[in-house]
Structures are given as C-alpha cells and as structure tokens.
Design a protein. Structure first.
Length: 307
C-alpha cells in the first residue's frame, strides 16, 4: 500500500473531524445534550488519532541505525495500537460515563432545539466525505477482497483505522440524531442518554477490533499467501532446484524480511553457490519488490532428509 494514499485519507479525516468537533461542542454548550457531548469528545479523539497516525508514519521513515538495524517501519503499528486505546478510553468509556450521568439526572433539551439537528446533519455530510475518500484510497489496494477481509489482512494500518473510525463516526452520528430527535419529541432526557450509551458501546467494539488487528501486526505477521507463493517460485531457478523451508516477516507495511534455506547441488563450488544466491535474490526482489531484506542459506536436500 502506498503510504501517500493512507496520508490522503488521514488528512481528509483530520480536517473533517476538527470542523465537526468545534460545531458539536458549540451545540453541546447551547443545548446541554449528552449525545452532543459524547459526539464532541468522539470527534476530538478521532482528530488526535489521525494526528498519531501521521506522526507514526513520519517516524517510521527514519533510516535504520545500529540500535535498530531493521529500521523503524513497525512504529506505524505501535501508533495504530495507541489509536485503539485512545478510541476505547477517551471515546467509548467517556460516552458510557456521560450516558450513566444523564440517566441519573435526565433533563430535556430546553433551548436551541434546532441546533443539534442541524449540526448532526452537517457532521454526517462531512464524515461522509471523509469516509468516501478512505474508500476510494482503499480500493486502490483492496482488489477483490471483501471489506472485512481487507481490514483483517492489510499490512498498512492507516486506511483500515480510518475506515473503521469513519464508519463508527457515521453510525455514531445516526445514533446521536436518534437520541436527540426522540428527546425533542418526547421531552424525555433519557432518550439522549440512550443515544450516548449506544455511541459508547459502538466505540468500545471498534476499539477492540482495532486493538486485536494491530496487536497481530505488532507481534509480526508473515507475508500474504500470494507473496509467499511468489517468493517460493522466484527462489527456484538456476543453481537452486528447490526451497527446503521459507520464513517471511513484515518489518513494516512496505518492507519484508525473507529467510530461506535453499537446496544447492552437492557438486557446486563456492562460487557457483554464491552466484545462485545472488540470482535468487534478484528474482525474489523482481517478483515481490517489498522483499528488501533477504537471507538465504544453502544446504543439501539429502542432508536435511537424513538429519
């Protein structure tokens, strides 16, 4: 996945959320609606999350050094994991707390009745634009995968995070609109609390999904099945009859480590083996360009079978 596409979606989401956060908070000050406050904090959390994703992407581009010889590519995964924690705590738990507080002391929206409706409808429009941008960018790399499969298998965390955040934001806005509308119709503040509680549950669930997926990336995931098959096929060639075993590991979304034990002929000279390894590395990089770090160990197939 090109990082530029991820950045475009992040910046679109950040711009939308900053504008939405301000308008929602003004609406809360005018109406004292719990749903509006929960949505205000949600937008603030989302804005902070997008800033974290941009920071992670920038720090991940640092060159490898002695302390981190494989570079900093996986730092993008760490910042994505922090995003899940922020969404869980600042977004989800706060909305649940605000719902509990409003249930204890329910009160209707007594003034500026039209403000939350207008703000929520405008926010749905802005979030829809952000969500559309993320979908367009994701479609460049999604291929024929379904959305669930794409989010679960994507190695670059930015677009899946933005997609889930924007989807959650749109659903949350609809829930807030429902809670506010029912409060205005019934003059019962408990509907507002229900809207806030639904938003909190939604954000907690999305945060858990993000945490599970980014944890897997942090622990270290292999290449996709398609890339593994391409690497295995590319290793076989002149001087390399077969691959004895193969391991891959993502050092970052666009950097792959390949370690393999390859079969060489028992009669091959050291020079022949070196040439075969060099040629195999070139074939692998041509087949899978993100395979930037390659370690190949020559061995005899009969020795492994006997050993």
């Amino acid at each position: 996945m090109a990082h530029g596409g991820g950045n475009k979606a992040i910046i679109a989401a950040l711009a939308a959320n900053l504008g939405i956060a301000v308008t929602k908070f003004v609406a809360f000050l005018l109406t004292q609606s719990s749903s509006m406050l929960a949505e205000s904090v949600h937008s603030v959390a989302d804005s902070g999350n997008q800033a974290l994703l941009l920071l992670g992407g920038r720090r991940a581009r640092r060159a490898a050094d002695e302390e981190h010889p494989f570079g900093y590519g996986r730092e993008r995964y760490m910042y994505a994991f922090i995003v899940s924690i922020v969404l869980f705590s600042l977004g989800g738990l706060f909305a649940l707390y605000e719902a509990w507080h409003k249930f204890a002391e329910p009160h209707p929206i007594e003034s500026w009745h039209w403000v939350p409706i207008v703000v929520l409808l405008a926010a749905i429009g802005m979030e829809g634009f952000s969500f559309r941008t993320a979908i367009v960018e994701a479609n460049h790399t999604r291929g024929k995968q379904g959305w669930v499969s794409y989010i679960r298998t994507a190695k670059a965390p930015e677009l899946p995070v933005v997609l889930l955040e924007d989807f959650g934001a749109l659903v949350g806005l609809v829930l807030a609109l429902f809670g506010v509308s029912m409060t205005l119709v019934t003059h019962d503040g408990r509907w507002d609390a229900i809207g806030s509680a639904a938003i909190g549950v939604l954000l907690v669930l999305i945060a858990i999904v993000l945490a599970v997926e980014t944890k897997s990336l942090l622990l270290g995931e292999s290449a996709t099945r398609k890339d593994v098959d391409a690497i295995r096929a590319a290793l076989v060639g002149a001087g390399v009859p077969s691959v004895i075993h193969l391991r891959t590991l993502h050092l970052g979304p666009e950097e792959l480590l390949v370690a393999a034990k390859i079969e060489v002929a028992a009669t091959a000279s050291a020079a022949d083996v070196a040439d075969a390894i060099d040629a195999a590395e070139q074939r692998v990089r041509a087949a899978v360009p993100i395979a930037r770090v390659i370690y190949l160990e020559p061995d005899l197939r009969r020795a492994v079978a006997a050993g």
